[in-house]
Design a protein. Structure first.
Length: 477
């Protein structure tokens, strides 16, 4: 789903199709879906078959410390409200969670949404997908981000231009594929029951790497490459064991599928989780790639993900001009925050300076500039005297489980780790259990690692995949 142009333009695209959908619905299920559901809502998880993603056996438990003084905001865009709750509710918000210094400081739900509701990430799914690609790279499933797509999907070799596309170009949406996010191509991709058939359906118009063009098809092609490396299991299962459980998810989630028969995860838009658990995405990047006692991705992946993309540069979004991060994040122009966003006003918004993650889900944007509001709240929270809670250090008495994720060698933040030289925003968090200070580096971490340590990590990654068949998937039909 596109996140670059104002919502009215996207809605018009959907509604303009309605005049022809009636004639087409009887001949093709995708048009029937488009006619019946039309513009997606927060009920989107009920539109599709789904593959469940199990919760963690050791969920991350965050203390709850409401900070009412910081949430006394009653005005937005010149309009006053009776309370902050009223501001949220009257501006189409259905879930709002704020985590500051490791504690939940505000949590509200409205209308039919509750703490247990699975909320569709829409295009925030692309950021989850990018994180899973980082995991796959660390695990050796991809030899490098410069590997060619056709190494994993050889059936695309015959299509002009596809042979030159690298995985990183898909991740950065610089593949040169001519996919118009603001056209009927997006509803067709969103509602199709055969995503395999759409993956090679678009021409390569520009030399790969030369031009940025936001396009959901890039992320779905990454799904195809990842799927080819794990033929013994589904992408949902790999996501569950490698990412969702180690992050400490408290509730089961799901990946929407194109159809039960096809069984392809909608990698570009289909992840569904509770508002609290969506916050884990922001937290793991806030804490440099580690969370809940597990090293999820190397700090270098976090650094590269949040680096400004020189090809994409500055882009127009519903929030105004923003800088594009390399691996599916948006960056505010002043560099103070990074965020993932989904269709119609869904946010995971991270402000490292105040150690804060905001999660907002709604049925539209309302009349609020959400980034401005997040910054206002962040300043108020930063002024509060809330003792930080350590989230990245392994808890005592918790032994690793024998799962795909925990058979890897995990490295966590501790005073005995290799020296870290941070060029921006180090935050000292207090480990209450051990009464000692542990420096957690948030962004732009440069790690001094011995060659022996790198060797151990590589051997561990290799052992995990011994005996795993890595041949490419069958040709794209």
């Amino acid at each position: 789903m596109s996140e670059l142009n104002p919502s009215p333009a996207r809605s018009a695209t959907w509604h303009q199709l309605s005049t022809v959908l009636l004639a087409l619905a009887a001949t093709d299920c995708v048009y029937g879906r488009m006619l019946y559901y039309n513009t997606p809502t927060l009920a989107a998880p009920t539109y599709f078959d789904a593959r469940s993603v199990a919760a963690s056996e050791t969920p991350l438990v965050l203390p709850e410390q409401e900070t009412p003084d910081a949430f006394g905001v009653k005005q937005a865009q010149g309009k006053r409200y009776a309370s902050f709750d009223a501001l949220l509710e009257e501006n189409e918000t259905r879930a709002f969670v704020a985590i500051h210094a490791g504690s939940i400081v505000y949590e509200r739900y409205f209308a039919e949404v509750s703490r247990e509701t699975l909320l569709p990430a829409f295009s925030i799914s692309k950021t989850y997908a990018a994180l899973l690609v980082g995991c796959a790279l660390a695990d050796g499933l991809f030899r490098s981000l410069q590997a060619r797509l056709v190494e994993y999907l050889p059936g695309l070799s015959s299509k002009p231009g596809y042979g030159a596309i690298e995985l990183e170009q898909l991740l950065r949406m610089t593949s040169g594929i001519d996919y118009d996010e603001e056209s009927a191509q997006t509803p067709l991709l969103y509602y199709t029951e055969q995503l395999w058939g759409r993956m090679g359906a678009y021409d390569v118009k520009w030399p790969p790497g030369s031009r940025y063009l936001y396009g959901s098809i890039n992320i779905q092609l990454l799904w195809g490459a990842l799927h080819a490396t794990i033929p013994q299991e589904t992408v949902s299962r790999y996501f569950e064991e490698r990412l969702w459980k180690p992050l400490g998810a408290s509730r089961a989630a799901s990946w929407s599928l194109d159809s039960r028969e096809s069984g392809v995860e909608k990698f570009f838009t289909g992840f569904n989780a509770t508002a609290r658990d969506h916050a884990l995405l922001g937290l793991v990047y806030l804490y440099g790639g580690s969370l809940n006692g597990h090293s999820i991705v190397p700090p270098s992946w976090v650094r590269d993900s949040l680096a400004p993309d020189p090809v994409a540069g500055i882009v127009e979004t519903t929030e105004g001009r923003m800088r594009r991060g390399k691996y599916q994040w948006f960056l505010t122009l002043d560099g103070r925050a990074f965020f993932a966003k989904g269709y119609d006003g869904q946010y995971v918004f991270v402000v490292p300076e105040s150690r804060t993650v905001f999660v907002r889900f709604g049925e539209g944007y309302g009349d609020v500039s959400w980034p401005d509001l997040f910054f206002d709240l962040s300043r108020a929270l930063n002024a509060s005297d809330l003792k930080p809670t350590l989230l990245s250090k392994r808890r005592r008495g918790v032994s690793p489980r024998d799962t795909l994720a925990n058979r890897r060698l995990h490295r966590v933040f501790s005073p005995t780790q290799p020296e870290r030289r941070d060029h921006r925003l180090p935050v000292a968090l207090t480990d209450a259990a051990n009464t000692r200070s542990v420096e957690v580096v948030l962004v732009n971490t440069i790690e001094s690692v011995s060659s022996r340590d790198v060797g151990i990590r590589n051997r561990a990654g290799q052992l995990v995949h011994d005996g795993v068949h890595r041949s490419a998937a069958a040709a794209v039909k």
